[in-house]
Design a protein around this ligand. Structure first.
Ligand code: NAP
Length: 315
């Protein structure tokens, strides 16, 4: 039987790529130069029945428009902000993502950034490597986590996983969302600025995209206050990044732990030299185990689709 043509906009993990290579005829859009991409789409665009991608690779409307027989888009990501989901929906093309399997790792990253920032992990390392421990003695005291209030913006799968971890650390959890949730024990705020004012640490766990762009505005960041911290594993686009940098520079925020940025992989230069900021290169789900589970969901969703079975994780 002739193999089904699949376009790889962004590759999967090596083990799952082997499965895909064995099962389908792969067209490596990801490996083509700009000119080669254009030729590829012109020559075989009409044969492509599936697209494999991820958040980093995305899937643009302009490419969708050139794939007239596309049946399914599978993305190894939970975030959909780089995919033309609406365009796919308009053509009845299902999109699958990878929820749940990455939730724990992303929540762990949030807690790691929170602890590292508030307990000043990197200044502690520097206190040793600079010789300060020997010349100056004990480093200045830092701040306790226990008893502090954490405000989660967007209490979904990841938000709830962060909340559970924060409770285990003795923190009080509050949240903001578009509506209150009946089955959670945490205090709900219908006003984001009021939440920011009430908490010690604010952490968004909302999706990216136009709906949440700039949601964490200058006013919200200012409301956290000079003793407060900001932790972001969600999306850079959800935050007024210039205001964040400015408030940190002016001491109007105590610190920040950031895994995501507005213009990745570019990070505002000012953040690099701040001792009260901990940075990570958008790698909250970046463990071998989780990336394998995400890649396998891509393989399994494709297999289900072409076997005429229900998709495992449709958007
Ligand atoms: P989820 O279960 O869909 O949770 C998203 C939450 O955000 C929901 O509670 C949702 O509330 C809320 N929300 C959506 N739009 C909102 C708005 N405009 N204002 C306020 N709240 C809003 O998704 P998830 O699995 O937890 O993932 C959340 C996000 O984490 C992803 O979309 C992605 O951007 C980010 N993420 C980052 C990494 C990383 O590597 N750093 C990895 C994975 C995910 P409703 O109930 O009202 O819809």
């Amino acid at each position: 039987m002739d193999k089904i043509d699949v376009m790889v906009v962004w590759p999967n993990r090596p083990e799952q790529m082997k499965i895909l290579e064995h099962t389908y005829r792969l067209h490596r859009y990801d490996q083509a130069s700009a000119a080669e991409k254009d030729v590829m789409v012109r020559e075989i665009g009409a044969r492509i029945r599936a697209v494999v991608t991820t958040h980093g690779g995305g899937f643009e409307q302009s490419l969708l428009d050139r794939l007239p027989n596309l049946e399914i888009v599978t993305s190894a990501s939970v975030g959909l902000d780089t995919l033309c989901v609406d365009g796919c929906k308009a053509r009845g093309i299902p999109v699958t993502n990878t929820p749940d399997v990455l939730t724990d790792d992303v929540a762990d990253m949030a807690m790691m950034l929170l602890l590292a920032t508030v307990r000043r992990l990197l200044p502690g390392v520097n206190w040793i490597s600079s010789g300060d421990w020997q010349s100056k003695g004990m480093m200045p005291l830092n701040t306790a986590i226990r008893g502090k209030k954490l405000g989660i913006v967007g209490l979904g799968r990841i938000g709830k996983a962060i909340a559970r971890r924060a409770e285990a650390f003795g923190m009080e959890v509050c949240y903001y969302g578009r509506k209150p949730q009946a089955d959670v024990p945490y205090r709900y705020f219908d006003d984001l600025c009021a939440l920011a004012e009430a908490v010690d640490i604010l952490a968004p766990a909302v999706p990216g995209g136009p709906e949440t762009e700039g949601l964490i505005s200058r006013d919200v960041l200012e409301a956290i206050g000079p003793q407060g911290y900001f932790i972001n594993i969600a999306r850079g686009s959800a935050v007024d990044e210039s205001a964040l940098v400015e408030l940190l520079q002016q001491g109007r925020l105590a610190g920040a732990g950031l895994d995501v940025f507005v213009n990745e992989p570019h990070v505002p230069a000012a953040l690099l030299s701040m001792s009260n900021v901990v940075l990570q290169p958008h790698c909250a789900s970046g463990t071998v185990e989780t990336r394998a589970a995400m890649a396998q969901l891509v393989v399994d969703n494709l297999a289900a689709h072409f076997a005429g079975k229900p998709l495992l994780t449709p958007v």
